[in-house]
Ligand binder design. Sequence first.
Ligand code: BT5
Length: 263
Amino acid sequence: MRRPSLDAARLAALAPGVVIEVLRETTSTNAVAAERARAGAPEGSVVAAEHQTAGRGRLDRSWATPPRSALLFSVVLRPTVPAAVWPWLPLLTGYVVARALRGAGYDAGTKWPNDVLIGDEKIAGILVERLQTPSGPAAVVGIGLNVSLTPEELPVPTATSLLIASGAEPDRTDLLVLLVEALVEAYDAWQAGGESARDRLAASYAAACVTVGRDVRVDLPSGDPLTGRATGVDRDGRLVVRGPAGETAVGAGDVVHVRPTDR
Ligand code: BT5
């Protein structure tokens, strides 16, 4: 497989205010972007890597892809919205990535809270980390998208890649431009639009989230499982699950979409 490198020249002319640094190899783009943010990097600074040696998932899990087979990048944001709505950032990001992929012809959807799936398989993962910096609080939004991994290269059987889903290897530079521009545009509109923009995102997210309407098992941070039917997503971004004890709004946890045969 050819797996060309990202084209730094084409990435130099992105949206106004967006500056991308492309690293051949690093530990984790989220870790590097956090360092840049602490050193004063402005909103819109992006760190991308061709390979990560210590890619991070949530809860200390890892994220693994072969060199140049994926998009791995992290965006520094300095949100001015109230702290209480920051938890929408990962949901906004998953929604935007799925929408951009759908626009590019892939049958992508968001699994609550922020996994992006094609069919029932994970095509992209998102890790948003909040940090304090000398110039105020910041968020690092990290995205990993599997582009040209072959079935043998998938780190877990629940993963997929754009190559596997479509039979073709898209240009990673085009895709990175598409995703960064889509994210910046949606984030700016969400930030500037106040409460009405937040309500619109909540409605659009719930309508597009493939978890809603499914039977689910949620592994709660406490370790307890909650099973039931996902019926919606509330204004705080929580998944509403109707279980044996009524409706519960879940703010964090890992969701398994249960197929009738899994029960
Ligand atoms: C995530 O965590 O899905 C967030 C992943 C974020 C990765 C990006 S890459 C750029 C930036 N820099 C970083 O260091 N991280 C971000 P979570 O929901 O916890 O899922 C992690 C789990 O996904 C792992 O435990 C594996 O089961 C699975 N996994 C690992 N690599 C994968 C891959 N390439 N594709 C699909 N699933 C994967």
